[in-house]
Write a protein that binds this ligand. Structure first.
Ligand code: SF4
Length: 290
């Protein structure tokens, strides 16, 4: 198995410094619909200029470079132990090169490790063996401010008159957006998971965020839910950074997962406008970044 440390380093650099085109396009579209001279338009203008400068200078898009979450799909026979070692080395190198801010802090002592390497959960690396001979690695950098406004609900929920159905899901997701206000650095992108247990539900809500901004849910019921939440969240008037305006969310991505009859969880992972996620695929000697 070859050493891919330098390729993983490039994946981290690209993710931290160059916003994916689908996200940038969504921000540009939002910029067009905001009122001329409004604080919302001004905020989006600043965001877009910042995105351009970060890409040109290969500097982080935001000072909080977030929690690194890797999703690795590897062919049979590859060593996950070696992949983990190489990914961790790339993360430490990326921190040295200032693509990442040192963010890994011991929860008990508050001491920063200085290189973004904590225990086995930091950075988080999910492994899945797949058929074929292609290695795919996706990286998401999840900011702390937006992670703080994520939420989990248990249906039914009397406070919102939310039952165990898609309308109940809609009601609680809108509550999460309303509670966040501008704190998660709106406009946000919502990863919504319906079902699972508490842990798997939150995991699924982050996986939903790996989808393209431009795709449509294969399930017509979930597609409608995504559209309804998108429209109604943008009627809340919270706006970019909470300044008011027409753009509170840029997109909604939902998925459902099996659950126990006794439980009905809805998990919302809120992603800020700095929706940094990139992918690399390796096949033989060919490495492609997207
Ligand atoms: S929530 Fe996102 S945009 Fe806001 S400070 Fe954190 S990483 Fe940056």
């Amino acid at each position: 198995m070859k050493d891919l440390t330098s390729q993983f380093l490039e994946l981290v650099r690209l993710t931290a410094t160059s916003l994916p085109p689908d996200v940038e396009n969504a921000i540009k579209k939002a910029y067009k619909v905001e009122e001329e001279g409004s604080a919302a338009k001004g905020a989006l203008d600043t965001i877009l200029k910042n995105v351009e400068m970060a890409r040109e200078n290969s500097t982080p898009i935001c000072q909080d470079t977030g929690t690194p979450l890797f999703y690795v799909q590897y062919p049979e026979g590859w060593s996950t132990r070696k992949l983990r070692t190489q990914i961790r080395e790339a993360v430490a190198q990326a921190t040295k090169n200032s693509y990442l801010r040192p963010n890994a802090v011991d929860s008990l002592t508050g001491k920063n490790t200085g290189d973004n390497l904590g225990d086995d959960h930091y950075p988080t690396i999910h492994f899945e063996e797949v058929e074929g001979d292609t290695l795919t690695v996706e990286l998401m950098l999840k900011g702390g401010g937006c992670e703080n406004v994520g939420a989990q609900y248990k249906l039914p929920n009397a406070k919102f008159n939310a039952g165990r159905d898609l309308d109940g899901v809609r009601k609680v997701v809108l509550d999460a957006v309303n509670e966040a206000q501008g704190k998660g650095c709106a406009p946000g992108i919502l990863g919504v998971a319906i079902g699972g247990d508490r842990g798997s539900s939150y995991l699924a809500s982050k996986e939903a965020l790996l989808r393209s901004m431009e795709d449509k849910n294969d399930d017509p019921d979930l597609a409608k839910l995504e559209e309804d939440i998108y429209e109604q969240a943008n009627e809340l008037g919270i706006g970019p950074m909470g300044f008011g305006g027409k753009t509170t969310v840029l997109g909604v991505k939902a998925k459902s997962t099996h659950r126990l009859p006794a439980s009905f969880f809805v998990s919302v992972s809120y992603m800020c406008w700095a929706y940094r996620r990139r992918k690399m695929t390796v096949q033989g000697d060919t490495v492609i970044y997207g």
